[in-house]
Design a protein around this ligand. Sequence first.
Ligand SMILES: [Zn+2]
Length: 1079
Amino acid sequence: MSKTIGICLTLLYVLSFTHNVELRHIKGAPKSDPEPQCGYKSCHPTKPNMLNVHLIAHTHDDVGWLKTVDQYYYGSETQIQKAGVQYIIDSVVESLLRDPEKRFIYVESAFFFKWWKEQTEELQDKVKMLVNEGRLEFIGGAWSMNDEATTHYQSVIDQFAWGLRLLNDTFGECGRPKIGWQIDPFGHSREMASMFAQMGFDGMFFGRLDYQDKDERLMTQNAEMIWHGSENLGEKADLFSGALYNNYQAPDGFCFDILCSDQPIIDGKHSPDNNVKEKIDAFFEFVTKMAEGYRTNNVLITMGEDFHYQNADMWYKNLDKLIKYANERQANGSKINLLYSTPSCYLKSLHDAGISWPTKSDDFFPYASDPHAYWTGYFTSRPTLKRFERDGNHFLQVCKQLSALAPQQSAEFDPHLNFMRETMGIMQHHDAVTGTEKEKVALDYAKRLSVAFRACSTNIRSVLNQLSKGSSQETSTNYPLELKTCSLLNITSCSTSESSSRFALTLYNPLAHRTNEYVRIPVLDYNYVVTDSSGKSLPTQVVPIPAPVLSIKQRNSSAIYELVFLASNLPAVGFKTYFIEKSDDTAHKKPKSLPKKSTSYTVIGDKNFNLTFDTNGFLSQASADGMTRMISQEFLYYEGEIGNNKEFLNRSSGAYIFRPKEGKLHFATDHVSIDAYKGSLVHEVHQKFNDWISQVVRIYNGRNYAEFEWLVGPIPIEDGNGKEIITRFNSDIKSEGIFYTDSNGREMIKRQRDHRDTWNLKLHESVSGNYYPVTTKIALEDSTARMAILTDRAQGGSSMQDGALELMVHRRLLHDDAFGVGEALNETEYGIGLIARGKNHLFIGASLMREDISLKAMERLVQLETLLPSWKFFSNMKEYTQQQWLSEFTNSYTGISSTLPKSAHLLTLEPWHDNELLVRFEHILEKDEDSNYSKYVQFNVKDVLGGFNIVDMRETTLDGNAWLDEHRRFEFVPDPEDESYNAYGVFKKQSNRVHLLDAAKPLLGVKYSNEALETGELGAESNRIRRSANNRHFTMHRERTTQDERKSANKAYVPANDRAKYLIELSPMEIRTFVIYLE
Ligand SMILES: [Zn+2]
């Protein structure tokens, strides 16, 4: 909502359960107002004593699924799917221009801006008019409609920031979406609700929730609710959320698209086919039944589907008739009123209804569409694409930071960075990172991402060369440092380190802390000397590359060892370069495995933390925090169910759903061959389970956790069975059915086996119905001990027995599950089943008391270091001796002037508009995770970013595109007794809502208004440090101010203490976003 909305603030809104007073009108502006009339101001009026049927004309345009992004945009490959997005937008715009009554919403910025760039200025102006008048409204607005189970919050925020920014730059205030529109993702995360709220969205609608949950909610009028998105952030993470009645489809018989076969409305007076009466009767029957499930006299009907409106007139012509003939009946007493509407206008009607709403505190996972279809397979589907996506996020952050730190920028910097931003936006789509696309489309995503890596690499190479050489004179053809990324390090292969006897390794650390990191480099031999930036040679260790890795057929590498060293004190947001040289020195010894004894146990680690392996080669116990616990780890598999999908009972396991045959587990082996290697830096056990499963378990010196690097594949299918492979950790921890999984990498959510918080679950799939998405962490504990596992990509996970945690690492299936993709998830590479490799980190120790840092806090810190470790850049150094290298290059650099407190994270540092940075600071702990690290932290931004010439800073909503202090959100009031609605295990069916106000009421939200802040009574949460009055110089909500304007504005007001304005505080899990203006 913009400031132009007539604000009539007579009384402060005080949260009460009885009555609330009028605060602001949204229809205050006179008709002649030249201001844009978009959003809530452009809604068609509803009728107070009728059932108002909001018809939402919409199209659902997947950013890749059965066809690639470009195939969908251009409409090629029609034999796969008749879908062309360019025609959709063309056609809709034409229809909208003809009739001001019509409305349309558009969601995916990836497609919209591709179309926009191809239009003439004339047409662009017309589209701007449509947007300004609220006739074309952007909803969602991110680059894609992201998945919610397998995405990481950092990437979700990024893709919203970018989509909303282009909308803002192009359309201003009227382009800003108010509503989240997650109509197709397969279940919904609590963190997503929290992010929507923090981005300033007024509400969110979604399509898919468990069929039992949905029935229950419709029966009890709880399908629309206030979702508490965070246990740490309070009200500012609350989001009004509504489950749609019919997913996102039109009612049966009312699909008027060129892709549908329903009858049009035939209204020829004397036509023998005239069907007006029966159509309207059927429609009324549908909406009347639907209205029983919802609380107000408004219902939202989605009129559209996948790639609909390629011929928009077909839809609109029939909708016109539907509205006309339905509303004609009002003359005869009908109480049903149809109107063209949008989700925001519908939400406004709900808000204006002035009633209270139920609340929700857990999430909508797992999603089941029928008793035998739990959509929990996609949590793991395409594990290598999921890992590549996470690499993409890592590289994007490095690219953003270095582009921001560049002494000199060339003209391609922005396009390169934008390409990477946009590619990562595409990757978040609910058929991309999910692995639910066709194989060819998955390959297209991977290809795009590798092109994006190349584009961003050129920025990075330029910046690192400038910073290393201390001069910006070098041209791109003449960089002294190659700074290559070895993209095959995941199979321990790297051309530079393998082909050069002298090379430099530049480690770029994107964290705002100094880090110590163990580095591993594939090499041909065991005699290398590593010199750090001060010329000191470092201790090294060489370990052999495990035989199963060496025998990967397509691994085109001669490396047989890994060189290990500790890179210590890596500069924050900076780099350190190491010089690595092969030596003739005979002091180096060839690594040897410990002698094998069939009678004794193998122990790795030190006295603080160690793991024991039994004589069969399996992990058998762990010692940590002074206690020894029984703990084992093994690989097992489920066989995928095979069925004809004709009825629920005959569902196959597939790309979307996980359906194990009889829920039965099979052991991969009963004996593991092991080799152990111990040196001063790392202890390793190399395990071989069978011909297609192996693993390295390692503990680095001084580390109180272990790394499990698994290698799985090709999964055998010769027996005709697809297989879904899990790694399982068993312990003697008495977890009593309770375990915890993260939500998009942030807050943890409590799970209970065979149970849901808000309804009485009837479980027909005992295993897959207990699977949850694990983006980064799964954990369990009792009063004494705790076990947690970090993942390096999204995986499905569960605790099927007390004390046990399982993660699905890979799956290969031979049948389709009949949800549209039309292919079995049978990934192959080089003609054989796909091989996947990945890492899990195991933490085990005391659940409560620890001397310095709690296990939970340690997990958080390691989670950050594994998400964003230093990026390795390799340069051949054959032209330089070590001495020349030392004297000619700057080998250590930091881009910030002060590191952040350990629990604070520099979530974002990127160039934004000219002379602007977009910066996010985040507190990475939850409130009770540690007595020390969970505390508030405070620091001064000018201290941290001292290297930048900062002239001003202003806080924005999470997406970075609206000023926080000017942003208003609708406020909704919870049902009184629902305060305890979701208390664990408590389910209250009965809703006892309160009518707060009569019809035609006002908007309640004043939470972030300046008035509220002045009194100190309300809304201070998002603004803990009182904003400097200086901020008021920024007038319009959405307009960019020029530097000159800012300067003259600054003259008018000289703050008493400039530094104070840059002092910020973070509470647990808080993210604060700022635009920083540079000289
Ligand atoms: Zn979709």
